[in-house]
Design a protein around this ligand. Sequence first.
Ligand code: G3P
Ligand code: CA
Length: 352
Amino acid sequence: MTGLTRRALAAAGLAAALPAHAQVTGKRPLVIAHRGASGQLPEHTLSCYLLAIQQGADYIEPDLVVTKDGILVARHENEISATTDVADKPNFARRKKTKTIDGKPVEGWFVEDFTLAELKTLRARERLPKIRPANAKYDGNEAIPTFHQIVELARVESAKAKRTIGVYPEMKHPSYFRSIGLALEPRLAAALKTQSLDSRSSPVFVQSFEPESLRRFRRLSPVRRVQLIAAEGGPADEKGARYADMLTPAGLKAIKAYADGIGVELPLVLNLDDGAVGPPTPLVANAHAAGLQVHAWTVRAENHFLPANLRRGTAPDAYGDVHSLLRALYAAGIDGVFSDFPWVAVQVRGGK
Ligand code: G3P
Ligand code: CA
């Protein structure tokens, strides 16, 4: 949007309808479909991404892990018993193991112990059937998608919709995968290059909680990178490091050396003490001063996930006042929002 357009909107009294940051930068906050439209379909399935695209999402977000034969696939964890039917497959019963992932014991079935052909025999399931029972009706319908399939979907749907739909992959457990000889960084860089998504202006953000993973990725590909920061704890790849230290002006300056933005948990952007949405924290202003974009996660519509004052009724699976949460985030000046319900984020932002 040009300055002239902004002045014209202001003259017409319409500028106030734009989110705060858009009034300054001329850019609308991005709507990032978190695991697809995962509030309405089992996460990380092609249908779930397609629904998000149809709802107007700017980017679709696959979490990525690696198969035994080195293929990138979309799952939130490398342990897949919560989101597939693997536990019901007698032929895979002996693959059940206990492993240490990021310092914690995890029991189940692991993507890295399956070839892609074996994984493709499994079917996706809803992760949260109690909170999202309607989604569970789609259990068993779809296979686990590869990253290649997801990028192809974005490409085909971009052409159909005559707008660019980007991909926003997260490298999951990168130091763990590196330790077992299945590094994510070179595979993702190569996959993006193969699909001609290998320039600074490509519609891609690559994200990770692990700084070293982003530094390695930076040496392999020029696409934009986002450092994920949780409200508590620290990255798995740097012993003793704390996310809190990344949020200081010095920490943000250090991130700027290897990343273009930060992806932060909601309470880092908005004060959510006492169960109510309070004023914004200084983080967005501080990050912008450091030259970093700010994308916030994760907006979900159900009471279970909302601050107490935005819940409606007592059922955990009923939808609350997610509109107010989104309005507060946009007013705080964020550059993007991850949501399981991209249609609501698009609606509150205004326009597709
Ligand atoms: O990538 C942003 C957000 O998705 C990080 O959390 O656990 O949902 O991948 P998670
Ligand atoms: Ca993610």
